[in-house]
Ligand binder design. Sequence first.
Ligand code: IPD
Ligand code: CA
Ligand code: CA
Length: 262
Amino acid sequence: MKLNSANINVMIKACRKASKILIRDFGEIEKLQVSIKGPGDFVTAADKKVEKILIDELQKARPSYSILSEEIGEINNDESFRWIIDPIDGTANFLHGIPHFGISVGLEQNKEIVCGIIYDPIKDEMFTAEKGNGAYLNNQRMRVSSRSKLNDCIIFTGGPKHSAKNRDQSLKEYNNFSSKTSIPIRKLGSASLDMAYVAAGRCDGFWQRNLKYWDIAAGIILVKEAGGFVTDFKGESKYIENKTILVTNARINKEMIEVLNS
Ligand code: IPD
Ligand code: CA
Ligand code: CA
């Protein structure tokens, strides 16, 4: 049976509360799509509202912890514990009325991610993990897939975003994959859910350049606790510094690195 720690329970409670607003606001988006002004400002407001609920709940339960959150930035407090929050990951999907986005909250202890939660409020899928205690989808234990032949796999990626140089590199990697393998590559638009899906064994790997820490913090512990690998494109664990990430099941990591660097 799954036993949640006190911190995971705090995170679940905060996500569930914030998701009520998120679901309600998502219901409004459809109407705004057809308005002349469009849903842009409304989505920004939704992002901020969700973030506020998350932070209020987390602070109520753990007043001494520090926070890094996408919209408000840093709240510096206790140096050993820090929440890492992305209130809506997959904003472009949310904005367009596509039901694929999540709330992502990670917990760092002494700069290492020790707990993570990614919640997809539309599908009511709660992905949780804690160091040493495994990874779960709702209450079911998750494992990464066991596919070992790259050509049998489905791989996710995102971007390209940001500077022209990064864009060129991302396109080169994408084209390499398309020409050297016959793998189906998907871009679903939420990096945190991409990582959660690797952890759940739904897809076999995910790569992306230049993410932000809040995009990947919770996903890192989910994938590790589900038995997967989290590295950069060279196979090293420097992903936290450069936010360029490769996550895979335990069998295709080497081959993915070869293709990405070819
Ligand atoms: C984005 C999503 C997307 C990824 C982008 C992120 P946001 O986060 O995770 O999948 O490709 O790089 O910025 O803006 O929706 O929180
Ligand atoms: Ca994000
Ligand atoms: Ca976001």
